[in-house]
Design a protein around this ligand. Structure first.
Ligand SMILES: Nc1nc2c(ncn2[C@@H]2O[C@H](COP(=O)(O)OP(=O)(O)OP(=O)(O)O)[C@@H](O)[C@H]2O)c(=O)[nH]1
Ligand SMILES: C[S@@+](CC[C@H](N)C(=O)[O-])C[C@H]1O[C@@H](n2cnc3c(N)ncnc32)[C@H](O)[C@@H]1O
Ligand code: SF4
Ligand code: SF4
Length: 313
């Protein structure tokens, strides 16, 4: 179902926990600050199931660190049971060596693994933990069990910008399908970390020279380059009306709110009372439908093109 700006709703992005085993200096925690009463696998899958009636086809599991949820395999299998076409997860990769096989068996389709440097010193400086080799083992395990396409996320800051093309070579030679070069967002710790912000235009300039622009893809209209067999996607959401005009997603927060935009705390429908109530399933379903209708009604692109008319005479 489209919103009043003509944008379809296709992707449900679920924050499974605020907990994390890393301390990245820029962490935006997906724009969430409060609420820590976690939803159960059944509650999450019910929200996704009703979302499907409004166009939701894919789910992204995120956090905090989603692999810290012990019931993660159950969450994934229930989402697949209700008919979600693709379940993917964004993770720091630390626990993937142990978990990748179990998650694949539960129905996980693919993963994005955040890796902001292949230099152990810079990795530690960014993430606060000295565990680069464990994350690389996690990446290897994800490949082994067939979590494809396999994507790596690289948030570009002054701390790691020099290493981007070395990182691209690493990803190409490691049989990675895609990398995301992500502009730092000034959200959460990202606000204090914003002094390390890097304008990505030089990087895009070099990608235009060394690689081939293959597609401006539908989702967020992100530019995608082909560098050999590797796809490099540039993710620049901040103050970017083009990005918002292609926004196809809604968020489910840790404590049960439908959040219509990463940056907006005023565009939220609280469904926690419905999900946690003792109403019958039919009653819950009907109330959740109403909540989705409202959420779609209030959804709007956060950054928009503006026009001004000048007054003369
Ligand atoms: N502003 C904004 N940023 C987003 C949105 N979705 C994802 N991001 C950011 O994009 C970066 C990459 O996020 P991922 O978790 O890899 O999600 P994705 O890029 O949509 O994932 P794929 O579907 O796997 O390509 C992160 O910094 C996210 O916070 C969004 O709708 N709005
Ligand atoms: C909040 S994390 C949650 C999932 C998982 N813990 C991880 O780090 O992959 C989701 C994605 O957002 C990215 N991210 C975190 N803070 C950011 C910021 N301030 N600006 C841009 N991206 C950010 C992370 O690198 C990661 O790729
Ligand atoms: S970006 Fe991910 S791994 Fe890093 S602190 Fe935030 S939630 Fe944890
Ligand atoms: S509308 Fe909000 S959630 Fe969607 S792309 Fe823009 S900033 Fe991100």
């Amino acid at each position: 179902m489209k919103d009043v700006y003509g944008r379809e709703l296709e992707d449900l992005r679920i924050t499974l926990t605020h907990a994390c085993n890393f301390t990245c200096f820029f962490c935006h925690m997906e724009g969430e600050n409060d609420g820590d009463s976690l939803l159960s696998a059944d509650q999450i899958s019910l929200v996704a199931q009703i979302g499907m009636e409004f166009g939701i086809r894919t789910v992204k599991l995120t956090g905090g660190e989603p692999t810290l949820r012990r019931d993660l395999p159950e969450i994934i299998s229930k989402l697949k049971e209700v008919g979600i076409k693709e379940v993917s997860m964004t993770t720091n990769g630390y626990l993937l060596k142990e978990l990748a096989g179990k998650l694949k068996d539960a129905g996980l389709d693919r993963v994005n693994i955040s890796l902001h440097s292949i230099d152990p010193v810079i990795f530690k400086e960014v993430t606060g933990v000295n565990v680069l080799s464990k994350v690389v083992e996690g990446i290897e395990e994800a490949k082994k069990v067939g979590l494809r396409p396999l994507k790596l996320n690289y948030v570009v800051t002054r701390k790691n910008a020099k290493g981007i093309f070395e990182f691209i070579n690493f990803a190409s030679s490691s049989n990675i399908d895609e990398i995301h070069l992500i502009e730092l967002h000034p959200v959460g710790l990202g606000k204090e970390a914003f002094y390390t912000h890097v304008d990505m235009s030089d990087i895009e300039g070099r990608l235009n020279e060394d690689c081939t622009l293959v597609e401006i893809r539908n989702k967020h209209k992100r530019p995608r380059y082909k560098c050999g067999n590797l796809v490099v996607e540039v993710v620049k959401p901040y103050a970017n009306p083009i990005f918002c005009s292609g926004c196809n997603r809604i968020r489910l927060t840790v404590d049960g709110k439908l959040k219509t935009c990463l940056y907006r705390d005023d565009k939220i429908i609280d469904i926690s009372d419905i999900i946690k109530s003792s109403y019958s399933t039919e009653e819950k379903e009907e109330l959740l439908r109403e909540a989705y209708r409202l959420a779609i009604l209030i959804r709007e692109p956060n950054f928009r093109f503006r026009y001004e008319t000048s007054k003369t005479g």
